[in-house]
Design a protein. Structure first.
Length: 93
């Protein structure tokens, strides 16, 4: 996970502030409840991205020798593999 818990908390509070200031919305839950839900969504999303990256690295490691011989950038291939896996799972990175 690339965000510190403090940053996730800050982002969750910003989302709440934005929602609470929208005149088209009526919030029926407390600030703490909504911030907690947003925090969980952010954390779950980051965890899923980490899992996708781990899977991409695992798959590419099995071809590491060939990748090294061709001079391809391992990190660029990881990024492409992550994008493909995310697309297959209907996830936006």
């Amino acid at each position: 996970m690339r965000l510190r818990p403090e940053k996730i908390e800050h982002l969750a509070n910003l989302v709440f502030e934005s929602l609470s200031q929208n005149p088209e919305l009526t919030l029926h839950e407390s600030r703490d409840h909504i911030v907690g839900l947003v925090r969980r969504v952010i954390t779950d999303d980051l965890r899923m991205e980490d899992e996708i990256e781990e899977e991409a690295r695992r798959v590419l490691e099995s071809h590491r020798g060939e990748i090294d011989r061709t001079g391809a950038s391992f990190e660029k291939l990881v990024l492409k593999a992550k994008q493909k896996l995310a697309q297959e799972r209907k996830m936006v990175l």
